[in-house]
Design a protein around this ligand. Structure first.
Ligand SMILES: NC(=O)c1ccc[n+]([C@@H]2O[C@H](COP(=O)([O-])OP(=O)(O)OC[C@H]3O[C@@H](n4cnc5c(N)ncnc54)[C@H](OP(=O)(O)O)[C@@H]3O)[C@@H](O)[C@H]2O)c1
Length: 247
């Protein structure tokens, strides 16, 4: 499989490069010219195309012939960076390519997510500060995902919880909606966020899904797994929203 990683030099991106190489994929990465040095450790094992991720010509060149595209959606500046990136990927990726996009829990697909007051207040503050400083355009990440959700392509939007560094704990578990008990711990290792993104390339059950993920060893994930493993609670209906719940 040939995959393109857009935003390859960032923290999430470099983890995805490593996971993709571990699976034997051919990897093409896009990152800003000034960040190419961050991929020096992968020299000779991947192709790097320098450029802004919302540069349509760069994306057209990078995704050519790729079976999968992993896109780190980031709303930097006030320049439609996230929506420009998403649109270029949607326009130029092969029609049958698997497209996996990253974002946070704040993105909602169907409006059924339940957010805590703290979460909502933090998001409001971040959005306001980002806009005032013209540094981050949270609304543009929302627009980027709106375009992905409306697209007929084979997309998955992976919605990350709060992130932390550390050794891999394994593939995160997921649910359809923020507010579901399994997600309560709101914590995922960044390396495992990347693992979920890369694993989604070959998981057709995730096509047209927007999984909200959480670390598989977090208290809420473990509590949910334990409840499913209790005799009499093994009905498949209970497990319908879980892609990989251990039991
Ligand atoms: N951080 C969190 O707690 C969190 C939580 C949930 C979800 N997420 C999601 O996870 C994904 C990755 O987030 P992350 O926090 O882990 O960051 P990250 O992987 O370090 O990614 C940041 C990306 O943005 C690029 N970038 C940085 N400054 C830029 C600028 N001024 N202009 C253009 N590009 C710039 C970086 O490229 P360079 O290498 O060129 O700098 C890198 O590709 C995002 O989709 C985010 O929504 C993050």
């Amino acid at each position: 499989m040939k995959v393109c990683i857009i935003g390859a030099s960032g923290k999430l991106g470099t983890y995805m490069v490593q996971h993709a190489l571990d699976r034997g994929y051919e990897v093409v990465g896009v990152c800003r010219e000034r960040s190419v040095y961050k991929l020096a450790g992968f020299k000779g094992r991947m192709t790097v195309i320098p450029g802004a991720t919302n540069n349509r010509e760069v994306i057209q060149q990078a995704v050519a012939g790729c079976d999968g595209v992993l896109t780190v959606l980031v709303p930097w500046g006030v320049q439609q960076y996230a929506s420009g990136t998403a649109q270029a990927v949607l326009d130029y990726a092969q029609a049958d390519a698997r497209l996996i996009f990253s974002c946070g829990w704040h993105i909602t697909r169907d409006g059924q997510d339940l957010y805590s007051r703290t979460f909502k207040a933090l998001l409001k503050t971040t959005t306001w500060i980002g806009k005032t400083l013209r540094a981050v355009e949270v609304d543009d990440q929302v627009e980027a995902c709106r375009r992905v959700f409306a697209s007929p392509t084979r997309w998955t939007v992976v919605r990350g919880s709060d992130l932390e560094e550390g050794e891999s704990q394994g593939l995160p578990v997921w649910s359809q909606h923020v507010g579901d008990p399994i997600l309560a711990s709101n914590r995922t290792r960044r390396v495992d966020f990347a693992l979920f993104m890369v694993a989604a390339l070959e998981n057709d059950a995730l096509v047209h899904q927007a999984p909200a993920i959480v670390g598989c060893l977090t208290p809420s994930a473990l509590a949910h797994a334990a409840s499913l493993c209790t005799p009499g609670h093994m009905e498949m209906a209970d497990r319908s929203s879980l892609a990989n719940q251990p039991c």
